[in-house]
Design a protein around this ligand. Structure first.
Ligand SMILES: [Zn+2]
Length: 396
């Protein structure tokens, strides 16, 4: 919600008027530092939108504010030209509305386009988040990264490395939305107030590493050639893409990282395929390159990659993981009911590479159980199991 600065206003005053943490207002207006606030400037107030209300007989601004649990001054602030003593019936006044509901509806086929729409909406309601793009896919789609919070602890979550595991995207997007709601409304999640985590943790989320693959599984082949025909060839003539894990070129993005990649190269698919082709060389694909560059640039303290399925959490690689990885994974297991698994006969994954090159905790979390793509009927159960892991990723 935009408001216009008046004589005597300050960010602190807005935080009192709208019952919002000061930090969220400051971070929503980074381009205007507190000491440069001037009369007439437009300022963003997070967690609110403005609605219109038509005056009826007997209305007073005070009563309108009272009914909505708002301060009278907050109403005056969004109606600078109104004379509260001379309201007319039928006159339109602006009324701030606190957002207490989710924008993200996760229980549906969650395409790239729907995610982008949701991200635009979240950014407009919660301007304290930033959503840069970390690169572009083979089909030239921007890959967004959401940044929330500003602390020294740098935590990264990603989802949908694998196309037919796309349910991980609405799961992580729902967490993002719940985190934002908890911040602006100062309500706890599972008993935890989230503002301290916002202050202590810089959380990076890439909610869809593989947009081209996800849209292929959900919507079928892209309209543009050569990919429209090529994906059917790679899929061995089949138009059923439900088994597709790779990017649009038939490269498995989670088999692409320089961590014993040669072993995978030797024993996996030798040509583009719906799954398990590690590529001609490590990091040959724009999506895996974008993830590697992000990870190098951000120097994360820990990373969690969300996949489906199996209800297990992989947490080791070649005994290179630090001791605290075990402590953390035990907490993840406690809050989710999932089983920690230290090593598995698999290499060249994102978390393998992270553990190998940084010697820091990296996890692959396999959500839910069944056959990929998991049915949306599992969404609520998966979300409840994963929520504990999302939170523990911040507090552990
Ligand atoms: Zn996977």
């Amino acid at each position: 919600m935009d408001i216009v600065v008046r004589q005597g206003d300050s960010y602190w005053k807005y935080s009192q008027l709208f019952q919002l943490p000061l930090q969220l207002i400051l971070d929503s207006n980074r381009e205007i530092p507190a000491n440069q606030l001037h009369i007439g400037q437009t300022i963003k107030i997070p967690g609110f939108v403005v609605t219109n209300y038509q005056i009826r007989a007997g209305d007073t601004l005070w009563a309108i504010a009272q009914r909505r649990n708002l301060s009278l001054e907050s109403l005056l602030l969004v109606n600078p030209n109104i004379n509260p003593g001379a309201l007319r019936i039928g006159q339109t006044v602006r009324v701030p509305l606190r957002i207490i509901w989710r924008v993200v509806e996760g229980r549906q086929n969650y395409s790239y386009d729907l995610m982008m729409e949701n991200l635009v909406r979240l950014k407009s309601i919660y301007p304290f988040i930033t959503i840069p793009s970390i690169g572009r896919t083979v089909l030239n789609r921007a890959i967004p990264e959401v940044n929330i919070g500003g602390g020294n602890k740098k935590v990264h979550y990603n989802a949908s490395f694998h196309a037919n595991e796309w349910i991980t995207t609405p799961v992580v997007m729902t967490f993002l939305n719940d985190y934002l709601l908890a911040l602006t409304n100062q309500t706890p999640i599972r008993g935890l107030y989230m503002l301290p985590y916002y202050q202590q943790v810089s959380l990076s989320i890439v909610p869809m590493v593989n947009p081209d693959g996800v849209n292929l599984v959900l919507n079928g082949p892209p309209s543009e050639e050569p990919w429209r025909s090529r994906v059917v060839e790679i899929n061995r003539g089949s138009r059923n893409f439900s088994g597709w894990k790779a990017n649009i070129r038939g490269v498995d993005l989670n088999d692409q990282f320089p961590a014993k990649w040669e072993i995978e190269k030797e024993r996996r698919e030798q040509a583009p395929a719906p799954r398990d082709f590690p590529g001609e060389k490590p990091l040959s694909e724009p999506e895996s390159i974008a993830m590697a560059e992000l990870t190098r640039r951000k120097n994360f303290n820990r990373v969690l990659a969300f996949h489906t399925q199996g209800e297990v959490i992989y947490w080791g690689f070649e005994n290179l993981e630090p001791p605290e990885a075990e402590t953390i994974v035990n907490e993840f297991a406690r809050v989710s009911g999932y089983t920690p698994v230290r090593t598995v006969d698999s290499y060249a994954g994102y978390k393998d590479w992270f553990i190998q090159d940084w010697r820091r905790p990296g996890f692959t979390v396999e959500l839910g159980s069944g056959v990929n793509p998991l049915p949306l009927s599992q969404f609520n159960e998966i979300y409840e199991e994963t929520l504990g892991i999302f939170l523990a990723g911040l507090y552990m």
